[in-house]
Design a protein around this ligand. Sequence first.
Ligand code: 13P
Ligand code: SF4
Length: 331
Amino acid sequence: MDLKKAMETLPEKGYLDIPIPKDIDLVDEINRLRKEKNVVILAHYYQVPEIQDIADYVGDSLGLAQAASKTEADIILFAGVHFMAETAKILNPSKKVLLPDLLAGCSLAESAPADKFENFKKQHPDHIVVSYVNTSAAIKALTDIVCTSSNAEKIINSIPKDKKIIFAPDKNLGAYLIKKTGRDMLLWDGTCEVHEQFSLDKILKLKEAHPEAKIIAHPESRDYILNIADYIGSTSGLLKYVQESDAKAFIVATESGILHKMAQVAPGKILIPAPPENDDNSCACTKCPYMKRNTLEKIYLALQYEMPEVQVEETLRKKALVSIERMLELS
Ligand code: 13P
Ligand code: SF4
């Protein structure tokens, strides 16, 4: 039987590999299932356009965590990456949280293994730990306050000046925050493989060709990219900037999925994705391979079979919840 076989291969494939009848309309079926099962579909701005277009809410990491904390749905289908769905589960232990592909991970979250981070923390017992939301539940359990790129500055500024801080796992965001807040933080050596790729040369060439364009960048980018940016912000910050700026053109240094929402909220503006150093996907843009694992087909299968589900062990969940709730209170 298809389902039994598909369940056996789920850990390896990340999703239920079951053939979908050719004649069904995926969007109609997803709409039917979401209604029948009282599902909320949350999607990150880096999802492919067709997923963003069917979502109940599209947002940045903070907005998505807030939406997850308020939902009255019975099932949360999270079109994003694992740490986002895990955060939703930590906030909603009694709800079913579905991730269309369990292998939708995050290189930044992977860059902080819990055992190594615990040792590092032990070496600096007098430090407050601030962790970016792009971490596993195990890291959140070792964290005092979680933050996202939307609220990181505010969270660092809320910590008394005499307290020492460890910031993990993104060293680019950490270095940017040191500049912005003047706090001397101890940084974990992690990075996002997508935001590390932008080519300074290619961005400068684009700027020569479009001198009127503003360069805007996500703070996970390297310092030499941030140094030439006219604006630095979270995905929602970048969107707002493009919407409100008088400029007509923008070179956008973040994952290219965001261009879909940008074009919707700022019609008529010229949006140019910042190219990576090695352009092997030929789009002259960067794509997060983890975010892009989600598809409409996998969403349909996840809703139909209510799998794969994200689970968090209860003791760990309770510990991780504390640092997430502190962030939500401060946001
Ligand atoms: P935002 O919180 O800005 O949406 O960032 C999430 C992320 O994964 C960036 O790579
Ligand atoms: Fe993680 Fe980078 Fe992908 Fe964001 S873009 S989910 S930080 S790998």
